[in-house]
Design a protein around this ligand. Structure first.
Ligand SMILES: Nc1ncnc2c1ncn2[C@@H]1O[C@H](COP(=O)(O)OP(=O)(O)O)[C@@H](O)[C@H]1O
Ligand SMILES: [Mg+2]
Length: 252
């Protein structure tokens, strides 16, 4: 069974077809990176998996279960959708922590409200995840007292505390200076090594993509134009469009 499966998924915004008959399977525990030019549809793939968007056609399954239709093909109700969606966590380019809440309050908010955990239990778990991202000392800090890199590490902890089986990371270092990006990528490396979470990563950090992924997908104009091991994609790409994309990002 696949952790994520897209079957003939298309997505249009008005007349603009941003994903075209996308077939994609990701195995449990697999670390997959999506690369490709801006506007090629990478974020849309993650937003569809997270049920933040609905496809125009096709089906999407998480661990064999459709996130769109029930067993008789009717659209899922909100509560059914929420249950399936809980298997996914997402971290965005903008960290969007709640500014009026401390780090601890940000972390326990969803566990206590969405999952109905006891406060004490949620706090213990929050400390475990803060340790994992190396920010135990900041437990009572407010987001504005943290660097961008630290805020993004907290955002990762906030996603992990809900124990997603699939973690979606959308350009999580794009808003950061290079030295802060490094500490965030270190945290993701740790998560990749220490957990069996399935990772779907959109990134422009090609060296990181090469190190952390089992498989790289190259997107262009709403399609996967090439995919393979990081070695194959970065050392020996077949497609001329992949080569020119890699040249343009590596020359920056
Ligand atoms: N909500 C939306 N409404 C209209 N167009 C959108 C919307 N979201 C994305 N798009 C368009 O879809 C295309 C793919 O976007 P996106 O998935 O964000 O690409 P990427 O993440 O690869 O840069 C882009 O042309 C973008 O402008
Ligand atoms: Mg994007």
């Amino acid at each position: 069974m696949y952790a994520i499966e897209f079957e003939m998924v298309s997505k249009s915004f008005g007349a603009h077809r941003v994903l075209v008959d996308l077939d994609l399977q990701v195995r449990p525990g697999e670390k997959v990176t999506l690369i490709g030019p801006s506007g090629s549809g990478k974020t849309t793939v993650l937003r569809l998996a997270m049920t933040l968007e609905k496809p125009t056609s096709g089906d999407i399954r998480l661990f064999g279960e459709s996130i769109l239709f029930d067993a008789v093909g009717k659209p899922l109700k909100g509560s059914q959708e929420a249950r399936v969606r809980r298997r996914c966590g997402m971290v965005f380019q903008q960290f969007n922590l709640f500014p009026h809440l401390t780090v601890l309050q940000n972390l326990i908010l969803a566990p206590t409200t969405v999952l109905g955990q006891h406060r004490k239990q949620a706090e213990r778990s929050a400390l475990d995840y803060l340790r994992m991202v190396g920010l135990e000392a900041k437990v009572h800090a407010y987001p504005t007292q943290l660097s961008g890199g630290q805020q993004q590490r907290i955002a990762i902890a906030r996603a992990l505390i809900l124990k997603p089986e699939i973690l979606l990371l959308d350009e999580i270092t794009s808003a950061l200076d290079p030295e802060l990006a490094g500490e965030v990528l270190d945290v993701v490396r740790g998560v990749a090594q220490e957990t069996n979470v399935t990772l779907l990563i959109v990134t422009h950090e090609m060296r990181f993509a090469r190190e952390v992924s089992d498989r790289v997908l190259v997107f262009d104009a709403g399609r996967i134009i090439e995919q393979g091991s990081p070695d194959k994609i970065f050392s020996n790409p077949e497609s001329a469009r992949t080569r020119s994309f890699l040249q343009s990002v590596l020359s920056h």
